[in-house]
Design a binder for this molecule. Structure first.
Ligand SMILES: Nc1ncnc2c1ncn2[C@@H]1O[C@H](COP(=O)(O)OP(=O)(O)OP(=O)(O)O)[C@@H](O)[C@H]1O
Ligand SMILES: Nc1nc2c(ncn2[C@@H]2O[C@H](COP(=O)(O)O)[C@@H](O)[C@H]2O)c(=O)[nH]1
Length: 217
């Protein structure tokens, strides 16, 4: 049986993509880190979530989110169109299923910027494909400073997010990796290392072991 350098058999068996799930209390910097990873790798896909919240200034339909009514959101959830969904800060958020399945089957890696409830569900749905990363802020004071500095949410919304932060942080042990986002460049480097390690692991599982087995060794 012929193999290529990726350990694929005659090119017929594709390496499956990796799902990098990044979670954090709101404002810790997960979107900033996810965007930096994607900016340095055009092939890395972003899972564009559905949400029932209103767009922030500058947010674009289909780029940052698919903005939907609660009725549409509930319809998608009931029809099985969402791989996971949760109520976060009183709004519906969910991951469209079809783009994820297509990307993974085509061998593309994906980054998910979702909360801990979404992480639990995706891990359950795709146990062999997920590697997860929890991002901690240096302190609650700095978390609030970042939320205020982002200037994208009303003070009531910031208060709601701060009130939920401790509970969100309490889920940190459920994740494969945890980083503290104090210095942004360092956090990005650490997140990139997590993705690189996950890719090696996947390649080992789906290709290299079969390749080595072909030697009969
Ligand atoms: N290491 C850092 N030092 C200082 N500011 C940072 C750092 N990382 C991110 N920020 C800033 O903090 C703010 C919040 O970051 P970001 O929007 O990425 O958070 P998030 O975790 O994705 O929040 P949400 O869950 O609400 O989407 C942004 O203004 C971002 O530029
Ligand atoms: N379970 C899911 N959580 C999601 C999804 N998309 C985003 N989120 C989380 O919601 C909060 C708030 O996001 P914001 O854009 O309003 O600041 C944040 O923690 C996100 O990670 C999703 O598809 N599923």
């Amino acid at each position: 049986m012929a193999h290529n350098a990726q350990g694929n058999h005659n090119g017929a068996e594709r390496r499956r993509g990796v799902c990098l799930v990044i979670s954090a209390p709101s404002g810790a910097g997960k979107s900033t880190i996810a965007n930096a990873l994607r900016a340095s790798e055009s092939a890395l896909k972003h899972s564009v979530s559905v949400t029932t919240r209103q767009p922030r200034p500058g947010e674009k339909e289909g780029v940052h989110y698919h903005f939907r009514t609660m009725e549409d959101f509930e319809h998608m959830a009931a029809n099985g169109e969402l791989l996971e969904w949760a109520t976060v800060f009183g709004r519906g958020y969910g991951t469209p299923r079809a783009p994820v399945e297509a990307a993974l089957a085509a061998g593309h890696d994906m980054v998910f910027d979702i909360d801990w409830q979404g992480h639990q569900q995706i891990r359950h749905a795709l146990p062999d494909d997920v590697v997860s990363l929890f991002v901690l802020p240096p302190s609650l004071e700095e978390l609030e400073r970042r939320l205020r500095g982002r200037a994208s949410d009303h003070p009531d919304e910031i208060a709601r997010r701060m009130a939920a932060a401790r509970d969100e942080i309490s889920h940190w042990r459920e994740f494969d990796h945890v980083i503290i986002n104090t210095e942004l460049d360092r956090a990005i480097t650490e997140a990139r290392s997590v993705l690189t390690a996950a890719r090696l692991q996947t390649r080992r599982r789906t290709g290299l072991l079969d390749f080595v087995a072909s030697f009969g060794a």
